[in-house]
Design a protein around this ligand. Sequence first.
Ligand code: MLT
Length: 408
Amino acid sequence: MLTRNPHLARLKSRYLFSEIGRRRREFADAHPGVRVISLGIGDTTEPLVAPIVAAVRERAAAMGTREGYAGYGDEQGLTALRQKIAEVVYRGQVAPEEVFVSDGCKCDIGRLQLLFGPAAHLAVQDPSYPAYVDSAVITGMTGDLIEARGQFAGITYLPCHADNGFFPVLEAIPHRSLVYFCSPNNPTGAVATRAQLTQLVTAVRERRGVLVFDAAYSAFIRDEGLPRSIYEIPGAREVAIETSSFSKPAGFTGVRLGWTVVPRDLRYEDGAAVHDDFNRIVTTVFNGASVFAQAAGLAALGPDGLAATRRQIDHYMGNARLIRETLEQAGFKVFGGVNAPYLWARIPGKTSWEAFDELLYQAHVVATPGSGFGPAGEGYLRFSAFAHREDVEEAIGRLRRVFAKPGS
Ligand code: MLT
């Protein structure tokens, strides 16, 4: 028999959202007939908008003809889509050849870890999207889990909490690290300012590291003064990779389409282009995104697609407002939910999992325990704004009842 990959063995618990799903199913089995509402995983709920549906139909019809049929395409994605992303999302700040179309950010995070290998040192915001740390563990970048601290040895955790405005102390970033940074942030909903991202780019450059900037939620930024891409920051092309997605802005969590930008200016210590290695990885372990997903992506970035998906984002942001007001009225300190679809609520006197269970068992509402995103998330719950409006209205009614302050 083969021995188990020792790096995988280090992952002591299930992936966060799998564990939440397990607890939810356990509750449902024990309480048949109770309707649970999820404000947990950030999974979109609203139907695909008409221009996208029309484009996929058209592509499907073409695939049924000799002339329109397509087999394998370029692993990096359709040229037209790479051009569209460069033009519409980046306004020419990146070249189409620097865009690698993929099946989503999470998959790209796994592929990016291959790029730097087990010897790389990871620095992450704490709390952060669990795929950064877990895929680094699988790649062999870390030591064992230090149970008492809830941290893996060999990773630098950069605490982001209310007192530092959820922006880490940059001096703590070690030299030559691979730094993951997400803005708008999952889970805290914090959005870094232009000045903060400028400091971040400078810090990573001075330390001769590489920044992986996760911009999956950039379409939720409504404040014109806030940067949506790291490439809006001078000098970022020499230090930063950006990964992003159609999942949340266009409802593609099931369709699966994202991209990663690796600028040609990003170089290794020996001057070789990181871009060429990423190209090598992509062409080796990926066969390109589905033709239907790419047709959908092209439609999402057309004028009608952009207008329709913007209305959908407005819907989710309306949900965020309702959830935020309810939690604040219940006396909780709440962050995020303004230029981001996540709300980060401090639940005093309870661990995150205690608060999760209380909410599930008393309100039949699922949120995400903050500690699942890292030790600095302990004592918080994350609420997602991705839900139907009637479910949000029902959920906030239940929250009001459960959190009703005595005498109110
Ligand atoms: C989340 O809820 O954090 C995300 O939706 C999960 C994901 O994007 O994989």
